[in-house]
Design a protein around this ligand. Structure first.
Ligand code: NAD
Length: 312
C-alpha cells in the first residue's frame, strides 16, 4: 500500500513510518520540520518538506502520489502553547487537518488514520479507566482542537463515505521524543538526569498518566490498516491506545533515576494550567476489535529510552 504519513519526521510519526516500511509499504512523509527532525526520517520514505496548512502544495502531493492511506500525525502538540496561543493551535490542528480530509476525499484515499489524544480529550475523568464513551471535556485548546477533527471525520464518513480510524493515544514515550519540548516528561527527565541536572515536577508528582511505549503505538497504526469494520456510530472507529494502568510522575522519576544513575531529588514546582491530574485509558476495545495489546512493560520501555538518550 502507499501510505502518506504526516508528521513522519516527528517522534511518533517516524516510528510509524519505520513500521510501515518494515512491513513492505511504500511511504510518503509530509512534515514541515517545525518539531520533527531530518535524522528521524526513514531513508526508504519519500519526503516532502511542507506545511499541512499549505493547501495548494499539499494538493500537488496528493495529485502526484495518490496515497491509498493517510496516517495523520502532524500537529501542534504542546498543551501549554495551546493555552497561550489557541489560534495557532487551531490553525494547525483543525484547519491543517481539514485540508488533509478534503484532499483525501478528492483523491480517493481509502482510509484516514488520525492520531488523537486520550490524555487530553476526557478532561478530569469522572471515572477511571476512561473508555471511549467517557464524556469529552478537554481542559486545554489542544484537547479541543484534536477532538474537533474526530467530528469532522465522522461527518465526512456519513456524508461522503470517508473510511477512517481514530487512535486516542495515552502518554507516548520512547526514543526520539523531543526533550526540549513542553510535552514528554520521560524524555525531559531522561535527558536532564543523564546530564546530572535537576528535574522539575509540576505539582506534587502524584498525578497519574498512562505511559505507552512508542513501538506499541506504531503497532497500533499497523493494526489500524487492517481494521475494516462497518462504521455505524461515531464511537465505532475510535480506539484508546494505552496500557490501562496509571503511573505517577513520582514513579517515573524514581525509575529513570535508577536507569540513569542520577543521584539528586526532584524539584517541585507549581502545577501548570490546562493539565489533567489523573487519567488512564481503558483499552478493552482495541484489544477485542484489533487484537492489539501493549507488549513493552514500563520498566523495559524506560530502560530502552534512557539507553537511547545515552547515545543520542
Ligand atoms: N506524544 C504523545 O504522548 C501524544 C499523545 C497523544 C496524541 N499525540 C499525537 O500524536 C501526533 C504526533 O505527536 P509527537 O509526540 O510525535 O509530536 P512531534 O512534535 O514529534 O510530531 C509532530 C510532527 O508534526 C510536524 N508538524 C507540526 N506542525 C506541522 C505542520 N503545520 N505541517 C507539517 N508538519 C507539521 C512536526 O515537525 C513533527 O515532525 C500528534 O498528532 C499528537 O497530537 C501524541
Amino acid at each position: 500500500m502507499k501510505i502518506l504519513v504526516t508528521g513522519g519526521a516527528g517522534f511518533i510519526g517516524s516510528h510509524v513510518v519505520d513500521r510501515f516500511v518494515e512491513h513492505g509499504h511504500e511511504v510518503v512523509v509530509v512534515d514541515n520540520l517545525s518539531s520533527g527532525r531530518r535524522e528521524n526520517l526513514n531513508p526508504d520514505a519519500k519526503f516532502y518538506e511542507l506545511d499541512i496548512r499549505d493547501r495548494e502544495n499539499l494538493e500537488e502531493v496528493f495529485k502526484r502520489e495518490k496515497p491509498d492511506v493517510v496516517d495523520h500525525h502532524a500537529a501542534q502538540i504542546s498543551v501549554v502553547n495551546s493555552v497561550e496561543n489557541p489560534r495557532f493551535d487551531a490553525e494547525v490542528n483543525i484547519l491543517g487537518s481539514l485540508n488533509l480530509i478534503d484532499l483525501s476525499l478528492k483523491y480517493g484515499v481509502g482510509k484516514f488514520i488520525y492520531a488523537s489524544t486520550g490524555g487530553a480529550v476526557y478532561g478530569e475523568p469522572v471515572y477511571l479507566p476512561c473508555d471511549e464513551r467517557h464524556p469529552v471535556d478537554p481542559l486545554a485548546p489542544y484537547g479541543i482542537s484534536k477532538h474537533t477533527v474526530e467530528h469532522y471525520l465522522y461527518m465526512n464518513h456519513v456524508n461522503f463515505g470517508l473510511q477512517y480510524v481514530v487512535l486516542r493515544y495515552a502518554n507516548v514515550y520512547g526514543p526520539r521524543q523531543d526533550p526540549h519540548g513542553e510535552a514528554g516528561v520521560v524524555a525531559i527527565f531522561s535527558k536532564r538526569m543523564l546530564e546530572g541536572k535537576e528535574a522539575h515536577i509540576f505539582g506534587d508528582g502524584n498525578q497519574e498518566r498512562d505511559f505507552v511505549f512508542v513501538e506499541d503505538v506504531a503497532n497500533a497504526n499497523l493494526s489500524a490498516l487492517e481494521f475494516n469494520k462497518k462504521i455505524k456510530s461515531s464511537l465505532d472507529p475510535i480506539f484508546n491506545v494505552g496500557t490501562g494502568v496509571g503511573t505517577s510522575v513520582n514513579t517515573i522519576f524514581k525509575l529513570i533515576k535508577q536507569f540513569s544513575g542520577f543521584e539528586g531529588n526532584p524539584v517541585y514546582d507549581p502545577p501548570r494550567p490546562g493539565e489533567v491530574y489523573r487519567v488512564y485509558l481503558d483499552i478493552k476495545k482495541i484489544k477485542q476489535e484489533m487484537n492489539w495489546t501493549p507488549e513493552v512493560s514500563l520498566e523495559e520501555g524506560l530502560r530502552l529510552t534512557v539507553e537511547w538518550f545515552k547515545t543520542n
